[in-house]
Write a protein that binds this ligand. Structure first.
Ligand code: AMP
Ligand code: GLY
Length: 439
């Protein structure tokens, strides 16, 4: 079976490895020369993932049957609609359905219109004066988000990144003039608690859950600093998290199922992996964001422990025949991203990075190449995350140790890693915080 993969990051490399295990013939589109994907691909083209005409031409040339699309940018401009027009079935949402991620206003309105649990109070503005009047009336802390896509880096939080009304308004003005802000700004209630990711497979109607994962969006150890695309993540052997019960997970899945039903009712049925980012608060799980794809790094946690056949799942999602008993191994995982120095603010890219892949594999961990280029047999960093290392074990502690052992086989002068991810101390803090919050 010939399958097109779109995207050149760690998430896409993890998907390509799962497809390779399924015996798929892989044809890839990516903008950077990801050596992990290139190694598995029968053919590939280095082109921006938003070049719809080029991608369709490549799909026709190689007689592609199905497509997997990793990143959100091509979904936003209708790559799925274009591929389906030429007969390629996609395990990904159409432009209309991808609005669940590409428009934060659409997502909040949908959840509110259909009376779905877990919404946060929000308001949508397209000019600075109205935003300021609204903010002056409020007596609680808020979060500022551009309506459109910003790669996870556009969110600023009062009390963390924004000290007072003046700083908040400076940022609102910046957003309204910048990337992702052309459709305005969302002012959202600040949710207090612990975050978790629940991803599901969706075929338009049915859903099947993946293990829970916790990502770490902040750039620096101790969960401080600017927001990033995600610095690393872990999952537990029982597919819950140390501070998330089966009941809370059930609530989150219910919210996602209701969103899938609502989208179908609205005439934009959703197909593909869906990503629910939740905050467990005093009053239950709240929706932070919904993404129209796998999370990155979260895909690197769940795909290596997927027992069911990935190609079958993709085909079933694309054709509305998803089976609900998708199986994952009962193992814990810890993923740490190696990123260029300055990632999150001003990345210092273009430096060589050296990897001993055999050393990593022999230690039982997995390596996923991300935003790197292979040039004349050498690897160079770009401006985004470089390499994901995933440790696997019976417990989170085992998986974390495994990840750190493997990280010894990665060397570079200008790289940075959040070593605290998956360590006992930081997890215990989260457990204690939730205990206090819920007591
Ligand atoms: P997003 O890009 O929407 O996932 O936001 C990035 C990060 O900002 C999230 O992972 C949260 O840590 C934080 N965040 C976003 N929205 C809120 C909110 N309403 N309350 C508290 N934190 C938030
Ligand atoms: N891990 C965050 C994201 O994929 O958006």
């Amino acid at each position: 079976m010939r399958i097109l993969t779109v995207g050149g990051g760690g998430r896409e490399h993890a998907a390509v490895e799962a497809l390779h295990r399924s015996g798929a013939e892989i044809y890839s589109i990516m903008k950077n020369a990801n050596p992990g994907i290139i190694r598995r691909a029968k053919a590939y083209r280095l082109v921006d993932e938003r070049e719809i005409d080029d991608i369709c031409e490549f799909a026709i040339e190689h007689d592609i049957g199905y497509a997997f699309i990793g990143p959100e940018a091509p979904l936003e401009i209708g790559l799925v609609d274009a591929l389906e027009n030429i007969g390629v079935k996609c395990a990904a949402p159409t432009k209309n359905a991808a609005r669940i991620e590409t428009s934060k206003a659409f997502m909040r309105q949908l959840v509110s219109k259909h009376g779905i649990e877990g919404n946060l109070a929000y308001a949508h503005f397209t000019n600075a004066e109205d935003t300021e009047k609204y903010l002056e009336m409020l007596d609680r802390e808020i979060v500022v988000k551009p309506v459109g896509l910003t790669g996870g880096k556009g969110v600023k939080i009062q009390g963390e990144h924004l000290a007072d009304l003046e700083e908040t308004m400076d940022y609102v003005r910046e957003v309204l003039c910048g990337a992702g802000g052309s459709e305005g700004v969302i002012i959202e209630e600040k949710a207090v608690g612990e975050e978790f990711t629940q991803m599901i497979f969706v075929d338009g109607k049915r859903i099947a859950p993946m293990p829970l994962v916790q990502d770490h969006k902040r750039a620096y150890e101790g969960d401080v600093g600017p927001n990033t695309g995600g610095m690393g993540s872990y999952s537990d052997a029982n597919h819950l998290l140390p501070f998330i019960s089966e009941e809370v997970r059930g609530d989150a899945l219910n919210i996602l199922k209701n969103i899938v039903d609502a989208m179908s009712e609205e005439g934009c049925p959703y197909r593909g992996p869906m990503y629910g980012q939740f905050m467990l608060t005093k009053t239950g799980p709240k929706i932070i964001e919904i993404n129209a794809r796998f999370g990155d790094p979260e895909a690197m946690n769940v795909l290596p422990i997927l027992e069911s056949d990935f190609l079958t799942i993709l085909k079933d999602m694309a054709t509305g025949k998803l089976k609900e008993d998708i199986k994952f191994k009962n193992l814990a995982t810890v993923c740490k991203y190696v990123v260029p120095n300055g990632y999150g603010i001003e990345p210092d890219a273009g430096h060589e990075i050296c990897i001993d892949e055999d050393g990593i594999r022999n230690s039982g961990a997995e390596v996923f190449y991300a935003n790197v280029d292979e040039i004349d047999g050498k690897l160079f960093t770009r401006t985004s995350r470089s390499i994901g290392i995933v440790g696997i074990g019976e417990t989170i502690e085992d998986a974390e140790r495994n990840c750190e052992t493997a990280l010894q086989y990665v060397r570079g002068d200008a790289i940075c890693i959040r070593h605290d991810i998956g360590k006992r101390e930081i997890i215990q803090k989260k457990i204690d915080r939730i205990k206090n919050l819920l007591s």
